[in-house]
Design a protein around this ligand. Sequence first.
Ligand SMILES: [Zn+2]
Length: 94
Amino acid sequence: MPSYTFACSSCNSRENIEMSVKEYSQKYANNLLNTTCGICGGKTNRVYNAVSSKISRSSAEIVSAAKEEARKIVEDINRGSSKAIIDVYGDTDS
Ligand SMILES: [Zn+2]
């Protein structure tokens, strides 16, 4: 199962959360990916970590996950989700 790394925007502590690509996509689509830091209560954001993906997934799984993720991002952008747009094009505040 792929693992996703989240980092706190306040204290920078990191947490690895394992979930299926389907579960990840559903959470992403519903804006449920950003959780609360267990240490300081700050907001956490996904950290993109190519190394862990290479270890735990085959190239075919990575390609299918990337396609699914890209499709979801496009859908979110088409719906006008500012979070998806920031994820792709960057946040000017960061
Ligand atoms: Zn924190």
